[in-house]
Design a binder for this molecule. Structure first.
Ligand code: 38G
Length: 304
């Protein structure tokens, strides 16, 4: 799975202070027993932990913070505080919950809802691809979480299967949790946000063209995710990142018969209304939730 490019080159023209977080100054180990490491990446290290007072399990995300402004190691504290300010505004069953916060000189710790089902990315990889009914099950949850996020004027800006996890996986209807708000932004009226961040195969043309980003930028990523859920293929993936970015800017993709011969016209219409170059012409998350592929008007329309 590709990593998201570094948020350092974010030129956030967003104004307005994010909600400052109330970080505890103490040591996280005074209140939580640290257990095994669950994973690591650009975001830091995630460990399973158990709250000493209640025995409840959580995930603790450790982020090294920069010792000084010029340092290239670690993230700026204001970057983590922005992510935390955003997480504190979100409470939805399909968005992972933030419970506690700790800060020391060298690192900040976010105590989060523990998610045990792994990444949607791995779930798809294990199944090659999904039936339309399975894809709709996941997509409806993703769209509910994204529609809620957008209703709070927050955009994720890094939606991809690796950042969509399953609360548990060996259950009939796995529950989706959206994670990693490291690139998320509060979309304030009257301000423009531009960024060169994201992962090439999921980013929208406006990101590459360094044009203003919006909640529509997330909807392009959902179009890419839907294409992958149904085919196991990535619509704009090239041999190199440069080729991928060229394909995205050209908006050139197709429903290859080899992978889409069994796919309904309704599903292709859903994707087609998201992979639209002009952000203002894309379906919103709320509109996607009532698209006939997601919300059939009658049983006979239900996909296989
Ligand atoms: C809040 O931001 C994040 C939360 C998490 C998170 C939250 C709850 C949680 N429960 C279990 C896990 C987990 C379990 C196995 C691997 C990982 C992680 O290394 N890979 C998934 C993250 N993605 C960014 C590739 C994370 N997580 N990860 C991961 C990255 C984040 O940037």
């Amino acid at each position: 799975a590709e990593g998201s490019s570094c948020p350092e080159d974010v030129e956030a023209l967003v104004t307005g202070a994010d909600a400052m977080a109330a970080f505890k100054a103490g040591n996280v180990e005074e209140l939580y027993e640290l257990l095994d490491t669950l994973g690591s990446g650009h975001f830091g290290v995630v460990k399973r932990c158990r709250e000493r007072g209640t025995g409840t399990f959580y995930a603790a995300k450790f982020v090294k913070t920069r010792k000084c402004r010029g340092s290239l190691r670690g993230l700026g504290r204001e970057q983590v505080e922005r992510e935390v300010g955003i997480l504190q505004q979100l409470e939805h069953p399909n968005i992972m919950r933030l419970y506690d916060l700790f800060a020391s000189k060298a690192e900040m710790v976010l105590v989060l809802e523990l998610i045990c089902g792994g990444e949607l990315f791995d779930f798809i990889a294990a199944k090659e691809m999904l039936t339309e009914a399975e894809a709709i099950e996941f997509l409806e949850q993703i769209l509910r979480g994204v529609a809620y996020m957008h209703s709070q004027h927050i955009a994720h800006f890094d939606l991809k299967p690796e950042n969509i996890m399953l609360l548990e996986k060996d259950v009939p209807n796995p529950k989706i949790k959206i994670i990693d708000f490291g690139l998320a932004q509060k979309l304030e009226d009257g301000t423009t946000f531009k960024s060169l961040c994201g992962t090439p195969q999921y980013i929208a043309p406006e990101v590459i063209n360094y044009e203003p980003l919006s909640s529509a930028t997330d909807m392009w990523s959902i179009g890419v995710i839907t294409y992958i859920l149904l085919s196991g293929m990535s619509p704009f993936q090239g041999e190199t990142d440069a080729e991928t970015l060229t394909n995205v800017v050209a908006g050139s993709y197709e429903f290859e018969n080899k992978y889409f011969s069994q796919t309904s016209e309704m599903a292709k219409d859903f994707i087609g209304q998201l992979l639209v170059k002009e952000p203002g012409d894309r379906m919103t998350a709320a509109e996607s939730l009532v698209h006939p592929w997601i919300k059939p008007l009658s049983r006979k329309q239900v996909a296989n």
